[in-house]
Structures are given as C-alpha cells and as structure tokens.
Design a protein around this ligand. Structure first.
Ligand code: MN
Ligand code: MN
Length: 473
C-alpha cells in the first residue's frame, strides 16, 4: 500500500501539477514594481498625444526618429528603418542577424479606435443652436457618448492641397463640445420603454458646437453662418472643405490614474494603443536581434481591416520587399511570400477583463482577470469559433516557453462565454500568409467605451512579453 503523503509533499505536487493564476503584484520584484509605474507614466503621455490614428503615427515617428531610425529606402542604411503609409499606418523594423528568408518576428497592433466621424456635410442649425452631424466608427454603445465633454481632432485638406490640422478641446482653456440627452422628467415614453440600442440612435449623435447668431439680422441661418464665419477666421476654411476632411470626435481630456493606489489607467483608445505603445517600447529596447523584427501599426481594425491602411492591404508585403532590398536578399518571385510563410507573429490586441458586475457573460475559468498579466488568446471569433484565427498548438507551446523563461506574468483566456458574443482581430488577415500567429494583449474593463480601464501590471507585462518574443532566438 502506498505511503500517506505529507502535507509538504501534497503542496509540492499541487504546485507541480495544477495551473495556477498568478497576480503580477505577487510575482514581480521591487525593481519591476517601480518599472510598472514608470512604464505607465510614459504610456499615458503617449495616449494623450495619440488620440487618432494620424496622431498615433506622428507620435510613433517622432519617437523612433529620436532613436536613430530612418525611413526605409532613404540614404541612411541603418539597422532600424520605418515606413509610413498615408499618414495612418506604419511599419518599423530592426534588422536581425539571420537573413529575412529564415522568417521574421512580427508584432501587429492597431491604432484606430471607436469614435464619431464627422459626416461630409456636417454643419446645420436647428432651434437656434448649431450642430455637427456624425457617423460613428467601430463598435460603440451610443448612449455612452452623450453628455460628456468631447474634442475635435483631424485634418482638413483644402483644394490647393494645403492641410489644416485640428485639435480643439484638449488644452486647458479650450472649449469642448457635447451631445445632448433627454432629461429624465420627459424620458418615460421616448426612452424608458425602449430597448437599449434604440434609446440613442446613430442619427441623434449630433455634436453641439455653437449658439451665437451672426450679427446682421437679415442673414439666413444666422447661427450656422456665425460658426462658418468663425471657421473662416480661425481655420481659414469654408463649408465645402469638410468634404475633404477627416475629423474625429473623441472624448476630451487626458489619461488618468485610477484608484487610491493609482494601480490602473483610465483613458480613451487603450484598445489598441496599449498594444501599440508596448510594441513600440519593445522594438526600441531590443538590440541586435537574431531575427529581423517588424512592428506594424495598423488602421481600420475596428471596421473590419478593409481599406488601403488596414490589415487587408498589401502594405506589409510591400514593406517586407523594402527589407529584402535593404538586406540584399536575392529577389525571386516568391521571396516575400517565403519570408512571411516562415514568420512568427503576435497580433497584439486587448481582451475583455472579467467585470465583477457582469459575471453572467464571463466564463470564470477561461476569461481574463485584471492584474494577472498579459493575456494570451489562442483563438478569437464567435459562436463555434466562426471567423477565428486559431493558433497552432506547436506555436502555443513555443510562446509559453518564451514567456516562462523571461519571467513574464501571463494568463490564457478567451472573450466571454461561448454563445454570449465574441470578436475578431487582425490575426486572421496575417494568418493568410501561412505564418504562425497568436493574439496577446492587456485585459481591459469597459472596452470600446470612451473611458477604458487597464491594469498597470498587465500593461507592463505586455511590454515584457513582446520584448521577449522579439528577442527570442
Ligand atoms: Mn482591438
Ligand atoms: Mn476593438
């Protein structure tokens, strides 16, 4: 008969055999604890500077230029190169020791976020007030966008080709804009008896921007005219210029620390700028990697990755071709395909964190938890894995090894209960090339809301994980 095990033996066996969730805070040393907070501070500054895809690209270019990166194809033949496409997506590469034909290490993230875009003819007056009409971009809960301070960001291109950059509502002393909502006193039939998506509909997301009349009483639409006069005087634009503009209405204000312990970050656009910042920081921290590393900052993920700046475009292929030329690799018709086919990639994107107020939609054994590290998501999709990118078990094994060897605190999760909903990322569009790819990123509370929440420990672990992945031999 087997000997009865001692308490110590049972404990050891339990540790050896069972999977256990690890809190970042219980696992890291004092030095890492300090790093968690200093990383978050830099990250929050990035969020404040990068509230649109164009601003994100500008901020990224500014940061990499200061670190000796040069535009690919320029006179400088450094080992760190980048390329910007249409001001809205970009790729950054660090040339490795091995030839490109041995495969690349690719980290993708997206720098677009849900918001309200101005319509082509946005300006109108009604009830002696002036509004801007919008068309929402990405998956938003519309009721979250009313009665809050909003800022206007973007560009206006005039017929002479000149560009007017707009950021109104972010500086101390700037005016802000807002969308009105019905007072509760009168909401009984119009709102309370309706279903949530019908309470605020897309066509009612009209942004209040003025209420002063044009001085001359004989003018038609005096209130709209007064706004146009202001726009002419201050931005040099006329109404038709809105046709060639990309103006985005986003929540006004800066990223904030959350909690008495300042352990979390609250801000707009953390899906997916948390991953974009982590991949940028990881790329800038690596030196002389074995494999050539690419960070791809993509646009249009929130609306399906279509378009010339999204993951479905040929931008990555074109950039890899740039690198083939840069490294003097012999060019055959399948050179780029062969490089991509042998590549390993992380689709760096966020996942949903378990919300204790909504336990019913989460599967507590398989959902991500705030503070338990970067979240590894083997597959995405919804309802029977439809539309999923499903990483190969062999690749998952290799990723686990890298994370464990580099003391990254990580958790594995999927998004919510099986039949509750779901979502996708850019992973499936890169998987087309035959590369290994898996999703990884920080878990968020209130994802896609104007004020998303991330845990500082998870943000730092995302950076550590991406750095480990890029550097792994
Ligand atoms: Mn995302
Ligand atoms: Mn998203």
């Amino acid at each position: 008969m087997a000997r009865k095990k001692t308490a110590k033996e049972i404990k050891r066996l339990q540790e050896e055999l069972t999977i256990s969730a690890r809190l970042v805070w219980d696992t890291v040393d004092d030095e890492d604890k300090k790093a968690v907070f200093s990383f978050a501070k830099e990250y929050m500054a990035f969020l404040d500077a990068a509230k649109t895809e164009r601003e994100a690209i500008e901020t990224i270019v500014e940061k990499v230029s200061g670190q000796g990166c040069v535009p690919v194809g320029s006179a400088g033949k450094g080992t760190k190169v980048y390329r910007v496409h249409k001001g809205k997506c970009a790729a950054l590469a660090v040339i490795g020791q091995r030839p490109l034909s041995d495969g690349l290490r690719i980290v993708t993230s997206h720098i677009d976020a849900p918001r309200l875009d101005l319509k082509q003819k946005p300006l109108y007056e009604d009830g002696d007030l002036v509004f801007l009409k919008t068309h929402y971009y990405g998956g938003i809960k519309k009721y979250q966008w009313v009665t809050r301070p909003l800022a206007l960001h973007g560009v206006i291109i005039k017929t002479d080709g000149s560009r007017v950059k707009v950021v109104i509502g972010e500086q101390e002393g700037d005016p802000v804009f807002t969308i009105t909502d019905l007072l509760p006193h009168l909401a009984r039939r119009t709102q309370y008896e309706k279903k949530l998506p019908e309470i605020i509909v897309g066509e009612k997301l009209n942004v209040l921007i003025g209420s002063l009349p044009f001085p001359e009483k004989e003018a038609k639409e005096r209130f709209k005219l007064q706004v146009l006069a202001y726009l002419k005087e201050n931005l040099g634009i006329v109404e038709e210029d809105f046709i060639s503009a990309e103006l985005e209405v986003v929540p006004a204000g800066r990223a904030r620390e959350i909690g008495l312990d300042r352990s979390m970050v609250g801000a707009y656009g953390q899906d997916d700028r948390s991953s974009a910042y982590a991949s940028l920081a990881a790329m800038l921290s690596i030196k002389d990697p074995t494999y050539t590393c690419i960070a791809l900052f993509l646009d249009k993920e929130e609306i399906g990755s279509d378009g010339s700046t999204g993951a479905k475009s040929r931008f990555l292929e074109s950039f890899v071709f740039d690198l083939v030329r840069l490294t003097n690799l012999p060019i055959e018709s399948d050179t780029v395909d062969a490089c991509l086919m042998r590549s390993r990639a992380i689709s760096a994107d966020v996942n949903a964190a378990m919300d204790p107020d909504f336990p019913d939609v989460h599967e507590k054994r398989n959902d991500a938890k705030m503070g338990y590290g970067v979240c590894l998501t083997k597959y995405t999709g919804s309802g029977g894995k439809y539309g999923a990118s499903d990483a190969n078990a062999e690749y998952m094994g290799w990723i686990r090894k890298i994370l464990n060897e580099n003391k990254v605190v990580w958790q594995a999760a999927e998004l919510g209960k099986v039949d509750e909903g779901g979502g996708g990322t850019v992973a499936k569009f890169l998987a087309i090339y035959g590369m290994e790819i898996v999703d990884m990123g920080a878990p968020l509370l209130s994802m896609h809301s104007p004020f998303e929440i991330a845990h500082k420990g998870d943000l730092y672990m995302t950076y550590k994980a991406l750095r480990a992945f890029l550097q792994a031999p």
